[in-house]
Design a protein around this ligand. Structure first.
Ligand code: ATP
Length: 371
């Protein structure tokens, strides 16, 4: 986890600080009450919680799409209420669920919108936009296309690239990935983490998906009914040390979810005896794993001598050091010998990991001192 810091970080990102902030809507509805919270500079803070508990209200008070009724919101040392809204929003990127692109502008012009509005040189703005397309994983061939010619996931990548064009220190994301299918969604999540490791913005993100929150968050903020914060901390804090019964209920299956925060890099895949270039045996068993010509896992086989008696496809593997222990656990549960199949980033077979290996990682993690 990145080290917590409250002041401007090396990349110029600044913290967002809520000081006793409340919002009551004109009809008397309570949006949030007494929010005291720091979204640390250069980190991802994720708001989760049941519907109607104030996540979006809190997010939108940062760029003053919603004005607080009480209290102050700071970006760095600046009280946001002292800035005019245009100046404030220039420093804050905003990504929404449906990408919110201009339908009649090309992708490149969509991305370059804000720099052009601010008077940037057209050629430079477009060159920057092309570079950003690559950064968010979009093919530059798409530059001249219109939003409706792109898939939902591609549009959402443009939705992320557009605010980044003005290089804002703060990026707000309201359910950014909820309109796309699960596979695209996990690609976009991985892309966001990769981008963030490079850009280190102060990101504040709202999601309904607790697993997404656990994957992305440096700090998780769980809201509860009445617009109050039930618990804030690292994902591990919420999962293993819930502050209340509400937090415990909300984070159900917390032990399994916690495995999403543990790296597989401490596992040492083994237990495999090479038989032929494309065949390994699980040590001390009559089970074998066949490999294809690129050494990628292919089939589980049970053998009696040279006869294959059972054969099932190997459908679940984990990428060693890249996937979390939860993925390895899943692979073990789905394998006929209760062993996870480890591969390298090129999907080449590395070895097997078992429940005892996971237990060792969990025990080691539990022994680590808490800060
Ligand atoms: N414009 C408004 N006028 C009156 N009440 C509002 C308004 N916007 C939000 N609220 C109320 O404020 C509370 C918090 O709403 P908010 O949208 O912030 O919740 P949320 O946690 O983001 O919900 P969801 O997960 O459903 O998007 C709710 O009770 C909601 O009904």
């Amino acid at each position: 986890m990145p080290k917590v810091q409250s002041h401007e970080n090396a990349t110029g990102a600044e913290p967002v600080v809520f000081d006793n902030v409340s919002k009551t809507y004109p009809d008397g509805s309570i949006g949030v009450q007494d929010i005291n919270l720091t979204c640390e500079a250069g980190q991802i803070t994720v708001f989760v919680g049941p519907s109607g508990c104030g996540k979006t209200t809190t997010l939108r008070m940062i760029n003053r799409m919603i004005e607080p009724s009480d209290g102050q919101v700071f970006i760095g040392d600046t009280d946001t209420s002292t800035l005019d809204q245009t100046t404030l929003r220039r420093g804050i990127g905003y990504v929404i669920q449906s990408a919110g692109l201009f339908p009649h502008r090309t992708i490149i012009d969509n991305i370059a919108t804000v720099p052009l509005l601010l008077g940037a040189n057209r050629r430079q703005a477009r060159a920057d936009a092309l570079e950003l397309m690559t950064k968010v994983g979009l093919d530059q061939d798409m530059a001249k296309k219109y939003p409706h010619q792109l898939s939902g996931g591609q549009q959402q990548r443009v939705g992320v690239a557009r605010p980044l064009a003005s290089n804002p220190p703060v990026l707000l994301m309201d359910e950014p990935f909820s309109a796309v299918d699960p596979i695209v969604r996990s690609d976009l999540q991985a892309e966001l983490l990769r981008l963030q490791s490079e850009l280190a913005k102060t990101v504040v993100l709202v999601t309904h998906d607790l697993d997404e929150a656990i994957m992305l968050a440096d700090k998780l903020v769980l809201f509860e009914q009445g617009g109050r914060i039930a618990h804030e901390g690292t994902p591990e804090d919420l999962l293993l040390r819930p502050a209340s019964a509400f937090v415990r209920d909300f984070t159900g299956d917390s032990g399994i979810r916690w495995l999403s925060t543990l790296s597989t890099s401490e596992l040492e895949p083994g237990k495999a005896r090479p038989v032929e270039p494309d065949l390994v045996q699980v040590e001390d068993t009559d089970w074998f794993l066949t490999l294809d010509e690129h050494e990628a896992p292919l089939l589980w086989q049970q053998r009696e001598g040279a006869t294959v008696t059972v054969q099932v496809p190997c459908r679940s593997t984990y990428t060693h050091g890249q996937d979390p222990v939860r993925v390895a656990f899943d692979s073990a549960v789905l394998s006929p010998v209760s062993l996870a199949v480890a591969t390298d980033a090129s999907n080449r077979f590395l070895g097997f990991s078992g429940m005892d290996d996971f237990s060792a990682v969990i025990a080691a993690e539990r022994r680590k001192p808490r800060v």
